[in-house]
Design a protein around this ligand. Structure first.
Ligand code: BGC
Length: 807
């Protein structure tokens, strides 16, 4: 224990209250002990420090900060150095705004393209996600600010995110959903981590001892603080017992009383409480010391330029027929699309940044050697057809050499708090595109979207440049690529399937009952398409360049692979070289190939370089559920180097010895896992993989405090069903307006207990129980609890506050 001296001076009440926030963003301060508050802020791609009223949904204004491209975008750069530079800039801005903990990066796995927060996450591959996250963490923490990788763990759906249970086998947990966090913690040395809202195999992440103690602290050696997601604490005492240091945001003193009660009842020991207090004290003291003497301004122009460079390095050129790109100097361009005027450059929710400056194509295109024939919005962002607008756009398109069509996903399509219901972009945008190509076949599509989409229309574009969500300097970044000033070097960090129906979790995402069954196991993203030979639109790792690269002379030794890369084209540029590993005829089922290393290599035209990619502890390992450890299967491994998972250029072999002869599976009982065809895994086969029966997630009987408010359609009380209907109507209306109402979405998906956890002490858990009693049809009994509970809560809060003030 580092801070025994301070802990000895603290009363039990002070210690219990210390472990939850004093308001939306800050920890409690104790002046008599010389303990200041620390300030937490989102977020992953720009600081969202709220100087005024705080909320965790991105609703109220925040101080201006640089809006960098989102994680989904930057992952396409495959450039760890860039990730670290972005982290440094984020950390610097955080420090100037007196933010001590930056709530990011987000690195949940893209299990399905439909997760509404995919734009905030790096990849469908844990290795790439982990490496990029570790880079951000290093950069952020170099500025004396703690990074807080999130949301730990298995949080891949937004629907009822606070009231759902992820059911999966240990191997899938380890190999897919934890490996990224492991890298962020071990290599990035993250000093804090945020637990997710959901349960994992029946235990809330924040109370999960397997996750927080056995894996995070013991196996990975994490020595930082565990912070709950905002409202993710269920049973605070159980959280503390599992080693969770800080419940956020401000649950009031009811949570502190839960701790006192647990100590009294001996379900929590004072040693366990002290251990959590000690960890948080260390963070508070270190961070407040780090914050001393920091500047109050940051270099806005330099950070804007960095945001541009990040967008340039991350944009992916998907198609370039007839070498229509780069655009010829002086050519006549018609700019069509609402996004040219009002760009879609970041996502919605807690990560929403108030940019210091926002570029648009309309504003910056005049700086390029192009003849602009006109700029026209073309379609309505909200999806309605508009014939007059369409006609104007077509006339403009007909009069130009090239049409630059700016389109993609609108704000409503992807947001925190909701999942997408399909992978299409709005139909009115596609109808316009299909009409444009009738009058001018030289269409260059400029896409903005934070996640994978279906592209059945892709024949309409001669070229497609996908900028993802580019951040505030995206317009000039895209024009720099379109005009050839910058050679595109982004490669997809996620697969673009042909149709949503082709995705591996398609029958189980999002779960409609409490349990989300991860039946597809380790086969997410390319691990599925590549193994079971499903055709895709664009594979993982794919992207074009204005130059060409040749791979040659692969040499494989026990420690890594070496090969030569040559820029054989006419332009300087960077290539992302990818190392995949496979084991044909493996005894333990596994994907055909898995990413185990990568490098981004810049070469001048005609230049050659020898490239080395070292193996590491993850290259050959798999999680063995029988030995309960990482093992290596003996065999002759294929070592593959290529430009994407589907474009392997060099292949070598390596004999590797095994670490155990205790194999975990009986292939006869897991036939589909052995083929990788996992869309329709039977109950029996899934149970064999889990090693136990599938838990029942079906709702039955009365609603409980952990059921979501949107489940009130089951309520016995007519009043509760009316409230459900009103909320549903409000949600629909906001969707029709084209902007998701995050407040309504949050309430809709929140469990009843959230009413106590999110109201700063106004509502106690006893009152919430009363509310649920009302919902279940016992009006009088419930009201008695609510009213009685209200007065009891007020009295208990006052008594507690008096105790805290006593000293
Ligand atoms: C989000 C977190 C975020 C927190 C604070 C939550 O709703 O899930 O990612 O950091 O709010 O804004």
């Amino acid at each position: 224990m580092k801070h025994r001296d301070i802990i000895d001076k603290m009363t039990l009440e002070e210690k219990a209250a210390f472990l939850s926030g004093k308001n939306v963003w800050q920890t409690r301060d104790y002046s008599r002990l010389g303990l200041p508050s620390i300030f937490c802020s989102d977020g992953p791609h720009g600081i969202r420090k709220q100087a005024g009223a705080g909320d965790h949904l991105g609703l109220n204004a925040s101080l201006p900060a640089t809006c960098f491209p989102t994680a989904a975008t930057v992952a396409n750069s495959w450039d760890e150095r860039l990730g670290e530079e972005l982290g440094e800039a984020l950390g610097e801005e955080a420090a100037t705004q007196e933010v001590n903990v930056l709530l990011g990066p987000g690195l949940n796995m893209k299990r399905s393209p439909l997760c509404g927060r995919n734009f905030e996450y790096f990849s469908e591959d844990p290795y790439l996600a982990g490496k990029m996250a570790a880079a951000y963490v290093k950069g952020i923490q170099s500025q004396g600010v703690y990074a807080c990788p999130k949301h730990f763990a298995v949080n891949s759906q937004e629907l009822r995110r606070m009231a759902m249970n992820s059911v999966l086998d240990e191997r899938t947990l380890r190999e897919i959903y934890l490996t990224g966090f492991e890298i962020a913690v071990k290599e990035g040395k993250a000093k804090s981590i945020m637990t997710s809202y959901n349960e994992i195999n029946g235990t809330y992440a924040n109370e999960n001892k397997h996750l927080l103690q056995e894996i995070l602290r013991k196996e990975w050696g994490f020595d930082g603080i565990v912070i709950t997601d905002w409202g993710a604490s269920n049973d605070h005492a159980a959280g503390v017992a599992a080693g969770s240091n800080l419940e956020m945001p401000a649950p009031g003193l009811d949570s502190a009383r839960e701790i006192l009660q647990a100590i009294k009842e001996k379900t929590l020991t004072e040693e366990e409480l002290d251990a959590c207090v000690d960890g948080l004290l260390d963070a508070v003291l270190t961070l407040s010391e780090n914050a001393k003497g920091k500047k109050r301004t940051f270099p806005e122009t330099a950070h804007h330029d960095l945001a541009r460079r990040a967008a340039e390095e991350s944009a992916v050129l998907l198609k370039n027929t007839d070498e229509i790109l780069p655009l010829k100097a002086g050519c006549k361009v018609a700019v069509i699309g609402d996004f040219a005027v009002e760009p879609r450059y970041q996502g919605a929710g807690s990560s929403m940044v108030n940019p210091t400056y926002l570029e648009t194509i309309e504003k910056v295109i005049g700086n390029y050697d192009l003849q602009v024939a006109g700029i026209n919005r073309g379609y309505k962002r909200t999806g309605e057809a508009d014939e007059a607008m369409k006609k104007e756009a077509l006339d403009l398109a007909a009069a130009a050499d090239i049409v630059l069509y700016c389109f993609g996903l609108d704000e409503l399509s992807e947001s925190e708090g909701m999942d997408r219901s399909h992978m299409r972009i709005p139909q009115n945008q596609i109808e316009l595109l299909q009409s444009i190509v009738q009058v001018n076949e030289n269409v260059v599509g400029l896409l903005s979207a934070g996640a994978s989409i279906e592209m059945p229309w892709h024949y309409c574009c001669k070229a497609i440049l996908h900028g993802y969500l580019t951040g505030q300097a995206g317009a000039s970044a895209m024009l720099n690529i379109l005009t050839g000033k910058v050679n595109p070097s982004g490669r997809l960090s996620e697969t673009y399937p042909l149709r949503y129906e082709d995705t591996s979790a398609f029958r189980h995402f999002p779960s409609t009952q409490r349990n989300s069954e991860y039946r597809e196991s380790i086969y997410i993203g390319y691990r599925y398409y590549d193994t079971s030979k499903v055709r895709v639109q664009y594979p993982f790792g794919y992207g074009l360049s204005y130059t060409t690269f040749m791979y040659s002379e692969l040499k494989v030794d026990a420690d890594g692979a070496t090969f030569t890369l040559t820029n054989t084209g006419k332009m300087d540029g960077a290539e992302v070289v990818q190392l995949y590993v496979g084991l044909p005829n493996a005894i333990v089922f596994r994907p055909e190939k898995e990413l185990k290393g990568f490098r981004k290599v810049f070469l001048k035209s005609g230049e050659s370089k020898e490239v080395r990619i070292d193996f590491d502890d993850k290259t050959f390992r798999y999680w063995n559920v029988k030995t309960n450890g990482w093992e290596v299967e003996e065999g002759i491994y294929q070592i593959m180097v290529g430009a994407s998972v589907a474009d392997i250029r060099l292949e070598g072999k390596l004999q590797v010895s095994g670490t155990t002869d205790r194999y975990p599976y009986n292939p006869a009982k897991l036939p589909y896992y052995y083929t990788g065809i996992v869309q329709q895994i039977s109950d029996e086969e899934f149970e064999e993989l889990l090693g136990h029966p599938i838990p029942s997630g079906k709702w039955s009987g009365d609603l409980g405090i952990n059921d979501a408010i949107c489940q009130m359609y089951y309520a016995k009380s007519g009043l509760a069903r009316v409230i459900y209907k009103v909320l549903t109507t409000m949600k629909k209306k906001s969707e029709e307006k084209g902007k998701p109402d995050l407040n309504i979405l949050f309430i809709y998906n929140m469990p009843f207990r959230g009413i106590a956890k999110m109201t700063g002490g106004m509502v106690s858990m006893e009152m919430v129980e009363g509310m649920v009693t009302v919902v279940n049809g016992h009006f009088l009994k419930g009201m008695k609890k609510i009213i009685g509970g209200f007065f009891r809560n007020q009295k208990a809060n006052k008594a507690y506050e008096a105790k805290l003030a006593e000293k």
